[in-house]
Design a protein around this ligand. Structure first.
Ligand code: SF4
Length: 623
């Protein structure tokens, strides 16, 4: 990294509006101290889809001096020591992905690409060893240890999806075992869970005022037995109205099914937005989770996305694949109330839906359209689920917060016209020739919004419509917390009807998961047959990955159904997982091969060309 830092400093003239990534750049701003150092396992891309940029810009807007340390070398604290000790805290994240997900496939193979690194290369040079990777395994732990060595007196704050989903006892699929909370393993001072905007601002304020960090909404702390009892007397701890005590590390180790109980309790707790404090005993400490803050309001979300992002990667070198994908995309909605068992979005972003205002989305689109290398295409107006945009609950909320399963809740207000108006307004912005919805869309909502569905099919598809049936077996779908197969049948038929009317062939891209707990070779055979009967081609399927923080992972670990606690078949060995995958590959191989030989969406090539030119231009300026 040191050479890279020097290179970065050499480019400082061309990056004046990005956050500094070296002390040299800080000094060029006449800074004589640093308030906050944010360390990330991703390359620094100053775009709101990159969590570290969003948090960095937010803290900067509150007047703090913030620098980013992207992808430091991790064989020594050298890269950390290139900065002086930050005055307030050192924030640590593995990046936009859990580092194990980034580094290993679902079957444990080392990935040879990293979408969040320059050129998509996970290694710094030609040596493909573990120490030469840009992102270490369990990056949050590694970076915390280096930060502690470099800055012994500075509070260490964990954040991002890796730490958030590993804040309690969790499963690590690379190691194939349960692990304690990252908060206790890292010996960090604080862990921010979920979407951390409110928490990090309060942490910075308290650090600046030298106030204790206890009790900040949206954070977890580690406490010893005596610290816990000092803060919460025994009488209080006994109250189940104030506290949710999860099965602890020792109990789960002795009785593994308790892991499923803990995950179910966390799931319910998160969805109900309970104000109870959550406690879980680890090996030596307690993890204490304080209640989540209120989700950002629409105005607050607008303000965050209105921060002065340059929407550029740090001008260092090769392009960042993830950046190419999202460069001209716009986030319009946050949160998901779908609660799919295999997905951690509800646990991380929360079940409440916040939609940005049309004005704010329009301003961001105008800004993108005005950039010199804009190719004319907004690649996505989306979020975790694009067509949850504009939805709300007529009664405010409920404890279950399960708005789509098993049927759409009658209290869910769906504002079809709001999305249609948004699409019309953005399409009319000068310079925008194409406007696509590339994020996933919920089929059951689209069936209730036929005008929106037709509009999307007619004008806003980047080639195909991405849908997520995941499987066709009703029992498996129930375990996944997804609607029965009949929904997919109705949806395909509706799309065909609209396509016939429009005189257009509608292409659907179904996302499929193989080897989910409860699956089997026989069910994979049935899945392939069902999809063929519907005339669908499967291009996107993946083996189930037992990532931290999902109910499906708890099923995988315990081999139990979450509803009845009865045993469940789990495909754990590679032969069985491969057999399921092979069935789909055999059935759809020919179509896939033909598909992969095409060049892909035109707008992506336009973008790539544009970015190459921009990067070349900036390199020239930097010389
Ligand atoms: S009442 Fe229905 S729409 Fe409202 S939060 Fe609960 S499940 Fe969702």
């Amino acid at each position: 990294m040191s050479q890279e830092v020097e290179n970065c400093a050499a480019h400082a003239g061309g990056s004046a509006t990005l956050l500094p990534v070296s002390w040299e750049e800080c000094r060029q701003r006449s800074w004589n101290h640093l308030d906050i150092l944010l360390v990330t396992g991703d390359y620094y891309v100053d775009h709101p889809s990159f969590g570290i940029a969003l948090i960095g810009r937010l803290l900067e807007s509150h007047g703090y001096r913030v620098a980013i340390l992207p992808q430091p070398r991790f064989d020594s604290p050298h890269d950390f020591l290139l900065f002086p000790p930050p005055r307030l805290f050192c924030g640590i994240t593995a990046g936009n992905l859990d580092s194990i997900v980034a580094n290993y496939s679902s079957n444990g193979h080392v990935r040879d690409t990293d979408a969040y690194s320059p050129g998509g290369k996970p290694w710094r040079g030609n040596i493909q060893s573990r120490t030469e990777r840009r992102r270490p395994d369990r990056a949050s732990l590694v970076y915390s240890s280096l930060a502690r060595a470099a800055f012994p007196q500075v509070p260490i704050v964990l954040g991002g999806i890796e730490s958030s989903l590993r804040r309690f006892v969790h499963y690590d699929y690379r190691q194939g075992k349960l692990r304690c909370s990252f908060l206790t393993d890292a010996k960090a001072d604080l862990l921010v869970y979920g979407m951390g905007e409110k928490a990090v601002v309060e942490i910075a304020e308290r650090c600046a005022k030298k106030q204790p960090l206890l009790g900040i909404p949206g954070t977890c702390q580690r406490l010893t037995d005596s610290e816990l009892r000092d803060i919460f007397p025994d009488t209080e701890l006994g109250s189940s109205r104030s506290f949710l005590v999860l099965p602890g590390w020792d109990e789960i180790k002795q009785k593994p099914p308790l892991f499923l109980d803990a995950e179910l309790a966390l799931d319910q707790h998160g969805r109900s937005r309970s104000a109870r404090i959550v406690l879980q005993r680890q090996q030596t400490h307690w993890v204490v989770q304080h209640p989540a803050p209120q989700p950002l309001s629409a105005a607050e979300l607008d303000a965050v996305y209105g921060l002065p992002f340059t929407r550029r990667p740090y001008p260092l070198g090769p392009e960042i694949p993830a950046y190419l994908m999202i460069r001209d995309s716009i986030t319009i909605v946050r949160g998901c109330s779908g609660n799919c068992s295999f997905c951690a979005i509800t646990r991380h972003q929360g079940p409440s839906i916040t939609s940005r205002s049309r004005g704010s989305i329009r301003r961001e689109c105008e800004r993108v359209a005005g950039m010199e290398d804009f190719g004319g295409t907004i690649s996505d107006l989306g979020g975790p689920t694009a067509n949850l945009f504009g939805t709300s609950c007529t009664i405010g909320s409920c404890n279950k917060h399960d708005c789509l399963y098993p049927k759409i809740c009658p209290n869910l207000r769906i504002d079809e016209q709001a999305f249609i108006n948004l699409l019309d307004e953005i399409s009319g912005i000068p310079g925008i020739r194409h406007l696509f919805i590339s994020s996933g869309l919920r089929m059951e909502i689209l069936l209730q919004t036929p005008q929106l569905l037709e509009k999307i099919l007619r004008s806003h598809l980047p080639g195909s419509l991405k849908i997520a049936p995941e499987h066709t077996d009703d029992e498996l779908l129930c375990l996944m917390h997804k609607e029965p197969h009949e929904l997919l049948q109705r949806f395909v038929s509706k799309c065909k009807e609209i396509g016939d009317r429009l005189g257009k062939r509608i292409e659907l891209t179904p996302y499929i998961i193989t080897s989910h707990p409860g699956s089997s070779v026989a069910r994979a055979e049935k899945l392939a047959g069902d999809l063929q009967n519907l005339g669908l081609q499967v291009r996107k399927f993946q083996d189930f990955t037992p990532t931290p923080g999902t109910l499906s992972t708890a099923m995988f670990v315990t081999g139990l159904r979450p509803d009845t606690k009865k045993p469940l078949h789990v495909a754990r060995n590679q032969a069985e997982r491969r057999a399921e995958r092979q069935i789909l590959e055999d059935r759809f191989h020919r179509q896939n091969r033909n598909r992969h030989s095409t060049r892909g969406p035109k707008y992506l090539h336009e973008n790539k060309k544009g970015i190459s030119q921009v990067l070349k231009g900036k390199k020239r300026q930097g010389r």
